[in-house]
Design a protein around this ligand. Structure first.
Ligand SMILES: NC(=O)c1ccc[n+]([C@@H]2O[C@H](COP(=O)([O-])OP(=O)(O)OC[C@H]3O[C@@H](n4cnc5c(N)ncnc54)[C@H](OP(=O)(O)O)[C@@H]3O)[C@@H](O)[C@H]2O)c1
Length: 323
């Protein structure tokens, strides 16, 4: 199948959907349809050098059986309504909401970290969950460190751009004066944690298959348009030098290491595929600790690109099973 597959992008007018369409065009996918709610049905979205007319996403339209693979970036309640209808028709569904991420039996996949898990979906109902935009870059960096030295504990503080909250928030920031800019925590509270902090812990544990990993997060929204950053402190099972960690991360897929005087920034990460990691240093508060800092394009690797990489694994898996 590959780039001949019939693709549906649901949520095509949104922040993630727009990037999904751009990346699909870049990667040579040609048979692509755009879906959104009735609000934008009939409008057009850009696809490569041309345009697509947006179709209304209803359970009947998505369940018609004429699409091989859907990308969903529509929010959790819309995903709960639409994904099952599409999956019943036999289509592969890559869902970017939190509807399926933490439900047992649904793979939660970062291809560089646990790509083989994606193929589990082909044995079941063909639904794969795409992780949160902070869990993806975090696990890309933690996985090689865990494999080499064993993770004992993780602390993380995030600096998340407004595009993580959707296209409307991007427009709102663009219309704000710099005096109005602020740091916020605009998530729902679950006791004394935000749901974003709880998600980051639970998703990281699921992706790394470390259900008891101690991990504590503080998530913050910053007035940046695109690009999430994370300050990370890891404790390892045994002492591990910053030089060894740097060597390891240089070899890690999807990761690019920066060394001083360079350091990761959202603007350097925006528009590229790699997770930028730098400031790799000894954590002076822990005998087995390392500190580091990353930036990642939340709309690309944090969302659309990761989902397309999952899709490419699955389409290759389907083609392989038919060969
Ligand atoms: N932004 C990120 O960095 C990021 C990263 C990872 C995951 N995600 C997840 O991706 C999803 C979308 O995020 P976003 O940032 O792209 O949001 P967004 O900019 O607000 O876009 C939402 C999209 O969903 C469509 N939509 C909303 N309700 C719908 C419904 N009932 N039926 C069909 N389409 C519907 C909207 O279409 P209309 O034009 O018709 O309103 C729009 O295309 C969320 O689940 C989010 O958690 C986002």
């Amino acid at each position: 199948m590959g780039d001949h597959a019939r693709i549906g992008v649901v949520g095509a007018t949104g922040a993630v959907g727009t990037v999904t369409l751009a990346l699909l065009a870049e990667r040579g996918f040609e048979d692509v349809r755009a879906f959104a709610s009735e609000r934008s049905a009939g409008s057009t979205v850009r696809f490569g050098d041309g345009e697509l007319v947006v179709e209304r996403a209803t359970p009947d339209a998505l369940g018609a059986g004429d699409v091989d693979l859907f990308f969903f970036s529509v929010g959790t309640s819309a995903s709960r309504e639409l994904v099952p209808a599409a999956a019943v028709s036999g289509a592969i569904c890559v869902d970017k909401s939190s509807a399926y991420r933490l439900v047992d039996g649904y793979p939660l996949v970062v291809p560089e970290v646990n790509g083989a898990r994606a193929l589990d979906a082909l044995e079941r109902d063909r639904i794969v969950a795409n992780p949160n935009c902070c869990s993806i870059p975090l696990t890309c960096v933690l996985k090689p460190l865990h494999d080499e030295a064993g993770l004992a504990r993780v602390h993380v503080s995030t600096y998340q751009s407004v595009s993580g909250a959707g296209a409307q928030r991007m427009q709102a920031l663009a219309g704000e004066s710099s005096a109005e800019h602020d740091l916020t925590m605009d998530w729902a509270w679950e006791g004394d944690e935000s749901d974003e902090e709880a998600k980051l812990r639970a998703e990281t544990r699921k992706i790394l298959e470390l259900p008891d990993l101690p991990i504590s997060a503080t998530c913050v929204r910053v007035p940046v348009l695109v690009g999430h950053s994370e300050a990370i402190w890891v404790e390892l099972e045994e002492p591990f030098s910053p030089a060894e960690a740097t060597r390891l991360l240089r070899e890690a897929p999807g990761v690019q290491v920066l060394e001083l005087p360079e350091f990761p920034t959202p603007s350097a990460a925006a528009g590229i595929d790699e997770v930028l990691v730098g400031r790799i240093r000894r954590d002076t508060a822990s005998s087995t600790g390392l500190a580091m800092y990353l930036s990642c394009d939340n709309l690309r690797k944090g969302a659309a690109l990761n989902a397309i990489q999952i899709a490419e694994l699955l389409l290759a898996g389907v083609a392989g099973s038919r060969a």
